[in-house]
Design a protein around this ligand. Structure first.
Ligand code: ADP
Length: 309
C-alpha cells in the first residue's frame, strides 16, 4: 500500500445503457496534490469524481481514500472528502446560512464548531451579506460559492470540485482560484475537473487529460507541453517576398502575404540562425512570434480535436 496516496481509483468503469461514461480509469492522487482532470464535455469527468463520493455507483472497479476502500469504509470516506458538484441541488427555499447548518449536521459537525466554521466560510467566500437569502434568490456565481462552502463545511482533507468556475464571471473565477491556491498551500488535496485550459495550467500540479471515458495522458503541465511537436515560429515581414529565398525550402513552412510560418522542433534554439538567414538575404523582419504551447495543443495532438469544440 502506498501511504502517500489520498485517492486511488482502480480500473473504474461506468456505463449507462449504451453509454460508456467511464471506460477503464486508473488514477492515483497524492496527499496534498493539486490535480486536474481536463477534458471536453461528456468525457466522463463528473462520472469519475462522483464515483469517489459514492454519488455514482461504478459498474466495475474500486476506489480507495487514504488507503481505505470507500465501500467498506463509507463513513471514513465521507468524513475525508468534500465535493462541490456541478449541478446545484434543489434546496431552493432555505436561506444560505441554514443550508450550511444542515450540511454541517449531515456531516456530524458539532453545533458549536459548525458556527465558527460557517462564519469563516461565509466570510471567505463572500457570502456573508447573502446569508439570509434563499437559494433561488442567488445569482449563478453566488450559488457556485455556496456549493463550495457546503463542500468545505466539515473541513475535509480532500476537496473535489466539478467545474468550479463554469459559467462564473472573471472576478469570481480569480477569487476562487486564489482561495483554492490557499487551501492547497494549507496541505489540502484538491481534485478538480475543468474544460478550461487556463484553469488547469494555472492551478494544477498534475493534469490528467480525459477523453471518451479514458485517461489518455497525465503529467505535470510542463511535461505535457513538452510532448507537443510541431512548434512554430511566426515571422511578419516588412514587405511581401518578391522571390522565395532558397533556405526556406529546408523547413516546413507556410507563406501568406507578409507572414511566414516555419514549423520547427525547437523554435527558441533555431531562432537566431533563422534570423541570420533572413538578414543575409536582406529580407526585413517586422515582428517575430513563437506561439506558446498550451494543453490545447496536447489534446489536439493526441485526439485530433480541440477540447472545447
Ligand atoms: P463530463 O463531466 O466530462 O462532461 P460526464 O461524466 O458528465 O462527462 O458524462 C459522460 C457521459 O456519460 C456523457 O455521454 C453523458 O451524457 C453520460 N451520462 C452521464 N450521466 C448520465 C446518466 N445519469 N444517465 C445517462 N447518461 C449519463
Amino acid at each position: 500500500m502506498n501511504n502517500n496516496l489520498a485517492i486511488k481509483i482502480i480500473n473504474l468503469f461506468k456505463s449507462y445503457e449504451n453509454v460508456h461514461a467511464v471506460n477503464g480509469i486508473d488514477l492515483e492522487i497524492k496527499k496534498g496534490e493539486f490535480y486536474g482532470l481536463l477534458g471536453p464535455n461528456g468525457a466522463g469527468k463528473s462520472t469519475t469524481i462522483n464515483s469517489i463520493t459514492s454519488l455514482v455507483k461504478p459498474s466495475k472497479g474500486s476506489i480507495e481514500i487514504f488507503g481505505k476502500n470507500i465501500e467498506d469504509n463509507f463513513r471514513f470516506a465521507r468524513s475525508k472528502v468534500g465535493i462541490a458538484q456541478q449541478e446545484v441541488s434543489q434546496d431552493w427555499f432555505f436561506p444560505v446560512e441554514q443550508l450550511l447548518y444542515f450540511q454541517a449536521g449531515f456531516y456530524g459537525v458539532l453545533r458549536k464548531d459548525a458556527k465558527e466554521r460557517i462564519e469563516y466560510l461565509l466570510n471567505k467566500l463572500g457570502l456573508s451579506k447573502h446569508r439570509s437569502k434563499k437559494m433561488r434568490e442567488l445569482s449563478g456565481g453566488m450559488k457556485r460559492r455556496l456549493q463550495i462552502a457546503k463542500a468545505l463545511v466539515h473541513d475535509p482533507d480532500i476537496i473535489i470540485l466539478d467545474e468550479p468556475t463554469a459559467g462564473v464571471d472573471v472576478e469570481l473565477r480569480h477569487d476562487l482560484w486564489t482561495y483554492l491556491q490557499e487551501l492547497h498551500s494549507e496541505g489540502k488535496t484538491i481534485l478538480l475537473t475543468t474544460h478550461y485550459i487556463d484553469e488547469a495550467e494555472l492551478l494544477c500540479e498534475r493534469v490528467g487529460i480525459i477523453d471518451k471515458g479514458k485517461l489518455i495522458v497525465e503529467d505535470s503541465v510542463n511535461n505535457l507541453k513538452k510532448m507537443v511537436k510541431n512548434s512554430s515560429i511566426e515571422i511578419q515581414l516588412k514587405d511581401e517576398l518578391e522571390n522565395k529565398p532558397q533556405f526556406l525550402n529546408d523547413y516546413e513552412h507556410h507563406i501568406e502575404d507578409k507572414k511566414i510560418n516555419i514549423i520547427i522542433d525547437k523554435p527558441n534554439m533555431e531562432l537566431p540562425s533563422i534570423i541570420l538567414k533572413f538578414s543575409e538575404k536582406a529580407i526585413k523582419i517586422e515582428d517575430i512570434h513563437i506561439p506558446q504551447t498550451s494543453l490545447e495543443d496536447v489534446f489536439l495532438d493526441l485526439t485530433g480535436r480541440k477540447i472545447n469544440d
